[in-house]
Ligand binder design. Sequence first.
Ligand SMILES: *[C@@H]1O[C@H](CO)[C@@H](O)[C@H](O)[C@H]1NC(C)=O
Length: 533
Amino acid sequence: MTIATADEALLASLGYKQEFQRAFTPFEVFGVAFSIMGLLPSIASVLFFSIPNGGPSVMVWGWLVCSLFILTIGMSMGELASAAPTSGGLYWWTWKFSSPKCRNLLAWVVGYSNTIGIIAGVASIDWGCAVQIMAAASIGSKETFIPTSAQTYAVYAAVVVSHGVICSLGTRILARLQNLYIVLNILLCLAVIIALPIATPKELRNDAKFALGNFTNMNGWPSGYSFFLSLLTPAWTICGFDSAVHISEEASNAAVAVPWAITMSIALCGIIGWAINVALTFCMGTDLDSIIGNDIGQPMATIFFNSFGQNGTLALWAIVVLVQYMMGSSMVLAASRQSFAFARDGALPFSKYLYRMNGYTKTPVNTVWFAVAIALLLGLLAFAGASAINAVFSLGVVGAYIAYSIPIICRFVFENEFKAGPFTLGRFGLPCAVVSVSFMIFMCFVFCFPSTPTTNAQEMNYSSVVIGGVIGGSLIWYYFPKYGGVHWFEGPVANLGGEGDVVKGGEKGEKGEEGSVDVVEVEKESLDEKASR
Ligand SMILES: *[C@@H]1O[C@H](CO)[C@@H](O)[C@H](O)[C@H]1NC(C)=O
């Protein structure tokens, strides 16, 4: 059997007919997972979690430890992806591997946490982008300009809305730019790993004792606890690798390519990210208070500023902002596709209006603006206090971890027909799942705590409020008398063997995306084009 017919046969055994072209080579699947992590700009966005919660030692060792745990998540997810490589992914596995008694409910919860996680991803990436733009303004004005929350929110809103416009208009230009953006991202990583140590003046270079061993705890939590809080930096950066799962039906030899794409992208981000952190700790000087608290307002921009000077930083920073902006637009696309697929199964409120293709632009315009509107609302947290906006970052991770852990648990807890694919850990599958799920549950609790111990309305962690509200709201909606999902929601619908035709909305790009799909349309299109050339 050729690879193509084997792919098709495997998909048919899952209940789906082959509708997409299998245009993605294994390396390109890896590229999708790797690029959504946007390594350097992502680290820049969340450095303010690791520097005050431990400083150098957590940046170096916390990153390493956390990457290893995230790799166990990737391996557990990889086993599922190898056994059932369908683009519905998380949502589909949950439904398939749980008991018929509760599978609709569990798939519902996974779909909701995945959706809110991705939209929080949009909000946090774009907020990071707004802060980066403001940092550039501050550096450009020789630190005479200090942005207020309202100004940062205005920039944030402009970024989010512009992404909405781009994603409504179609994605061809973005697709073209995608390759450029991967190259720029890698150049940025090299710039930090190689150029930063060269450019840093002697007095800011740190010895190994400080760079690898200093523990500075600024926020007042017990040291052990602040260590866990600092892990939000790697956890937020190395996230979203389920994007590889969502292109399963477009990947050649998916049962092998997808799990390897997940694990390799995590491993590579872990290693390169670690090198970046080491370069930073050796070159950031010892005055951590000023890196966090100065007027530039962006820790990595400050480190660059101290080492490269004003012009060098502005040049480099322009690329950071650009790559971050591109990452945000990919994320809006992902969020709109996820909402579209979830609305297709009728699960979102107002699904009837959301599940609609715009005939003129051939994009799901309604779900694009649905995602934009929720992201704008989440950004309003900036007005509830400086640290309230942190909640948006933790929300992205918590939403993802809830959605990642439920299918892994279901596979082992319920009686089901799980049959390992070519990527399998054998008898280490269960221990690996226990480690990864325990890690994710633990992290969900950690990230729902406030960032400092003095809890008041400004300092409390709103991610517990938002995630509680979303899950609670979705449960109420599920059990709602008469109209609730419990009365009609059937999980993902198979399209092979006449169980119902899912192709209501119509055109090629949308067919066959079952369940919670966040196809990274941007990469897909660019690669499709490449393949057809
Ligand atoms: C870490 O570095 C800071 C600044 O140099 C210093 O005040 C502190 O004592 C150091 N802490 C440890 C544990 O080495």
